[in-house]
Ligand binder design. Sequence first.
Ligand SMILES: Nc1ncnc2c1ncn2[C@@H]1O[C@H](COP(=O)(O)OP(=O)(O)OP(=O)(O)O)[C@@H](O)[C@H]1O
Ligand SMILES: [Mg+2]
Length: 352
Amino acid sequence: MPIRRLAETTINRIAAGEVIERPAAAVKELVENALDAGSTRIEVILAGGGIERIEIIDDGCGIPAEELPLAIERHATSKLQDEALVQISTLGFRGEALPSIGAAAKLTLISRPAGQDGAWRIDVAGGAITAARPAAGLKGTRAIVEDLFYATPARRKFLRSPRAEAEAAERTVWRLALCAPHVAFRLVSDERVLFDLPAQPEAARVAALFGREAAANMMPLEAQRDEVKLSGLIGPASLNRATTQLQSFVVNGRPVQDSLLKLALRLAYRDVIPAGRHAVAALRLELPDEALDVNVHPAKSGLRFADQNGVRSLVIGAINRALAQPVRLGKVALGAVPSLTLRPPPSAGPRY
Ligand SMILES: Nc1ncnc2c1ncn2[C@@H]1O[C@H](COP(=O)(O)OP(=O)(O)OP(=O)(O)O)[C@@H](O)[C@H]1O
Ligand SMILES: [Mg+2]
């Protein structure tokens, strides 16, 4: 067969395969867009594990009507200022998420920036675009994704049950809500409100999302080494869990699943937690953009530290010190812990 250039729709479907692996990945991209838009309140509504429908409503800066077609075009972004990819301060930077979602699903964007008379909407279904037109809508953006992977049956076959996909998507929102405690977050899945959190201090957000037992026992932690700052809350060894689900890592405001940080956490607790059990921790690292490469993973969930040893020893040292001299946060510092209505935990252990 001769070499030929692929059609744009095919290119987007291939990209969708990398970027949008499952409903949780679409949820992550859309919430990240809402955070990048400077929203103060984000609502996520899921149906059928996000396979049927995902709706994200934000009150952020919105997309001007004339830019709506660009938003769903591949490699079009309002965010990337440093084309050397060093100074990346937004969660998104590639201009890939929306076209990827639009290639694999039915995507509707309804958006209204401050100062624009009304909202405008654009639709893209399996890569086919319907021209932008006026619509009803408040300031901010509503993104609706329906029938995820209907246009990419190869991917649809690999979806797990709606229940399993719902859990992964809910966990994704849980992680993002931990990244941005200054933003109010509401999560609804199959008409059940899983959390509804106001903008709040970080410790209160951790308390709300980790649950009462963890909240009452976790200890604050703070450390710095050169330009790298570590802060967060960690559980005492006795608060260990059967899974790593009550572990959250935020690096420069990004939710990450980083193997170096996970390993550092494990090593820090190695002598005090039995094998097969896992620590409870919410850790946040802040470091200069140039000390970090965020462009190493298609779903932006991994990153690379320039000084891996420095980061590892900062984390291990700080945790060891905190464990040696425990200071509990207690109820006073946390304030009232809002009660959550979470799904009953699956038999495998706590959900997060
Ligand atoms: N909720 C939103 N509020 C305001 N603008 C948005 C929103 N969602 C998307 N946009 C605009 O649409 C553009 C394209 O979004 P998309 O997610 O595809 O790319 P990105 O965020 O720039 O990069 P990435 O692919 O890494 O996520 C963004 O750069 C932004 O300008
Ligand atoms: Mg994005």
